[in-house]
Design a protein around this ligand. Sequence first.
Ligand code: F6R
Length: 608
Amino acid sequence: MCGIVGYIGSREALTVVLEGLHKLEYRGYDSAGIASIEKGELFVYKEVGKVAQLEKGVERKGWKSHLAIGHTRWATHGIPSEKNAHPHLDDKKRCAVVHNGIIENYDAIRRLLEKRGVVFQTDTDSETIAQLIGFLYKGNFLRAVQRALPLMQGAFAIAVVHHEQPGEIICAAQGSPLAIGMGQEEMFLASDAAAFLRYTRRAIYLRDSEVAQITQHGVEVFAADLTPIEKESEDLTHAIEEVTKGDFQHFMLKEIHEQPQSIQNALLARFSKEYGTATLDNLNFSDQELQQVERIVILACGTSYHAGLIAGQMIEEYARIPVQVEISSEYRYKNPIVRDHTLAIAISQSGETADTLAAMRELHEKGAKIMGLCNVQGSTMAREVDSSIFLRAGPEIGVAATKSFTSQLVVLSLLALKFARMRQMSAQEGIHFIEALEKLPQQVQQVIQVKNPIAMLAKKYAAAEHFFFLGRRYMFATALEGALKLKEIAYVNANGYAAGEMKHGPIALIHETSVTVAFCCDSFTYPKMMSNLMEIKARAGRILAIAPEGAPDIEGIADDVIWVPPTLDALSPVASSVAAQLLSYSIAFERGTEIDQPRNLAKSVTVE
Ligand code: F6R
C-alpha cells in the first residue's frame, strides 16, 4: 500500500512533500519518511507512526532543500519500525527509494545481491529496489533504474533520487498509480494527484513499464527500452476538498451524521418519478446495451463487497438478471468465464483497491464491459472503466466506510430500478420504489436521533468479547457489514452469519456471555429469523435486535431492541446499517480504540 510523493522546484521541498504525505495518509500510517539532497549530500529522516510525527522531526532538523521524496507506509514486509520505514538506501548510501506496492521476487533479488557482497539493512521487499539500483549504477542514473525495472516482479510505483544527480527524480510504475504534476518550473509526483492539486492541475499518469526523468524544468517519459514517449498532459478537474472534524470527536461520527445529506446527494436528479425509473447521469451505456445484459458480475472487497451482495440480491429480485457477486481478490485468480452480454460492475469507495482493479482488468481483457461505482474522481478506477457512476458521498476520512456504504446501496438501488424497469417492473412499482428511496434520508436521520440510547446499549455490551451478527436475505450482508465494522474499529471478535447457518456449527459458540446482534428488517424471512433467535435464547445467548418499528414478538425474545423505520426489504439495509455503525462506534468509544485510524488498517488498499 503506502503513498509516495516527490517535489523538485524552487519552493521548500520538504514542506511540499510533507503536505502531500498528509493527503496520502489514508494509504497507510505505520511510519513515514523523507529524503532530500542538498549540496550533493543525501539526507534521510524517518519516524514510526503518523506523518505529524515525521513533520515535527523534520522541523527540528531545520533542513532546507529544493528536491525531496517522501513516503507514508502500510507495512507489508517487516514490522512498522524506523529501520523498515522508507526511504530505503543502497548500501553505499548514494540513492534513496520510496515505493508503493510489493516486489514479489524480492527474496531472489536479495540473495543474488548478497552473494555479490551487498549488505541489507531492513526486512522489507522495498530495500531490494534501492540495492538493485545502487548495484547497477555505473554513472548513469536513468540507465540504472531502467536496468533494474525488468528484474522486479510485482506491483510498484517508485521514486528514486541519487546524490550525484541532485537535480532529478526518476520514477516508474507497474500496476500501481503514479501521477506527475507539471507546474511552472516545478514538478510534483504522487500516488494520488490529491497530494499536489493545490499547486497544479496539469498532470500525466505513468503507464506500466514507463520510466520518467523529472527535473525542475519538466519531465521526459521513456518506454522500457528508453525510447522517448510523447505523453499528453491532462487537466485535472476534480475539486480540492479540505475536510475538518467540525464539532465531532471523530471523522467517523461526523460521516455517520452526514448520511442524510450524502444519500440525498446520491439520489439527486437520478430518477424520474413520472416514469418510475432511474436516470443515471453520464452512463456510457445505451439503453439498448443495458437491455441486452444477460449476466452481471459484481466485483468488490470489504464493505464494498457487502454492498455488492445486497445489490446482487436486489437486481435478481427486481430485474431477474442473474448476478454473481465476487470478492475481487478471489475472482481474479479464477480464470473467469466471460460470455457475450456480461456486464461487470466494480465497486470501490477509493477507486484504488488493487484487487478490484486487477479483477476488473482481467474481465475487461476477456471482453466484458465494466461499470465502475466509486467515490473519488480521477481515481484509477474512474479512469479505466467504460462508465463511472460517482457516489457523491464527499471525502470519507474515517478508515471505516460509513457514508460511502450507504451511498453505494442507494446508487445500486437506482441501477437495480433501471434494469428492472427495462424488463418486468411496471411504472407503478417503479414509482413505489422511488417513493421508498425518497424517504431514506429522513429515516436515516431518525436513526441518528437515537444515538444516545444506542450509546447506552453500547455501554452495556462493550465488555463482551464475542459477537455474532445475524441476518437473513437482505439482512445477511447487512449483518456481515455490521460485524466488519465492529471488528475493525473496536478490535472485537465479531462474526457475521446467515442466521439459518447457525445450527450448522456456529451455535456451539453461543453461551451466556456471547452477544448476538440480530438484524430483523427483512419482512420476508422475519418469522424464520424469530425461530433462529429463539434457538439462541434457548442457549442463554444475549440478543440485541435491530428491528422495524412495530415488528411483532421481538421484544419478548431479544434483551434489547434498536427500532428503525420500516421500508421495503431491499432498502432496509440502509437504516439498519446506520444503527449498526452507531453501535460499533459507541462500543469502540467505550473500549478506547483509535476509531478514525484503527491499527493495522489503511483507507485505501493498494496492494494485492
Ligand atoms: C471497511 C472498509 C474496507 C473497504 C475495502 C474496499 O470499513 O472500509 O473493508 O471497504 O478496503 O475499499 P474500496 O471500497 O475503496 O475498494
